[in-house]
Design a protein around this ligand. Structure first.
Ligand SMILES: [Fe+2]
Ligand SMILES: [Fe+2]
Length: 296
């Protein structure tokens, strides 16, 4: 919505992980590891967004959209880095994610990479296909962002404040920039068939990678004997409020597939901006930026 438009800027946050326990949702390794999958998928995934969008920039014929896309690129690059920085901490705690992240890297770099296409129609087709895939994925990053901003049950259960701030800073920026990927897709193509087809691919890939990731963490957690992840456990966590509910996830599908869909119709920019105004990491980043300006 016009009135909700905010200029996007990357906040250069940093987090220190020394105090964060392995099970940062106390006594709940399943929730911890299901959310931890973000640290496996997002570093490579969001780097891939940036890579694809840099190729899409020359196709943009609208100044405000170009500005939004540049702001989006800056935010996603920062998200990718912030999640990547959690991985050494997991390694120190005996949970080496390398076997899994190697697969995720292959997925984004090789399967969804540039391919050796000659300039022309085929190369353009593959770029549009990936721009549409990103729009579908961003439907889910905004969904998760909105969820984590409102997941009071995580606070109630004493979840680690640094991890919550990482998730909510990121989630708030996802809500803040939720229209950019869809607007870019609409601007360069917008075909409904492509939207529906790439949604199906993105949804299947997210479910596949996510369940593999949570199984991987549960099986390799050094403190668990015979750790398992199951759909039933996921469903129960949703009912407890520590993960999104299965029902909310299913309901989000027809919304994206509706011809009237636009990301600005859901979630609250005001809530996202309010969180960012008080986020410890975002505030620290703002202070650092101001003092750097003062010195210069
Ligand atoms: Fe992001
Ligand atoms: Fe995003």
């Amino acid at each position: 919505m016009e009135s909700e438009h905010v200029a996007l800027k990357a906040r250069k946050v940093s987090f220190s992980w020394e105090e964060t326990p392995l099970h940062w949702v106390p006594g709940d390794p399943f929730t911890t590891h299901t959310i931890n999958v973000l640290h496996l998928l997002l570093p490579a995934g969001e780097r891939w967004f940036v890579h694809v969008y840099k190729q899409a920039l020359p196709l943009i014929r609208d100044d405000r959209l170009r500005e939004d896309v540049i702001g989006f690129i800056g935010q996603e690059a920062m998200h990718s880095q912030a999640h990547d920085e959690v991985l050494p901490h997991l390694r120190e705690q005996g949970l080496d994610p390398t076997p899994y992240t190697a697969q995720v890297d292959w997925f984004f770099e090789k399967l969804l990479g540039d391919r050796t296409l000659p300039p022309g129609r085929a190369r353009r087709w593959w770029l549009l296909e990936r721009v549409a895939l990103i729009a579908a994925i961003e439907h889910y990053t905004a969904f998760l962002g909105d969820w984590v901003l409102n997941a009071a049950e995580l606070d109630r259960r004493g979840a680690d404040p640094t991890m919550l701030d990482l998730l909510r800073w990121h989630g708030a920026e996802e809500v803040e920039h939720r229209s950019v990927a869809f607007d870019l897709f609409t601007h360069v193509d917008g075909s409904y068939r492509r939207r529906a087809r790439t949604w199906a691919t993105a949804f299947a890939a997210i479910v596949f990678l996510w369940q593999r990731g949570s199984r991987f963490f549960m099986a390799n957690d050094p403190t668990l004997v015979n750790g398992k992840a199951s759909l039933k456990e996921f469903h129960l966590s949703g009912r407890r409020g520590t993960l999104p509910t299965t029902g909310a996830m299913l309901k989000s599908i027809p919304r994206y597939l509706s011809r009237a869909y636009h990301p600005s119709h859901e979630f609250s920019t005001a809530q996202a901006v309010a969180y960012l105004a008080g986020s410890p990491a975002a505030l620290a980043a703002q202070k650092a930026e101001q003092s750097a300006k003062g010195v210069a």
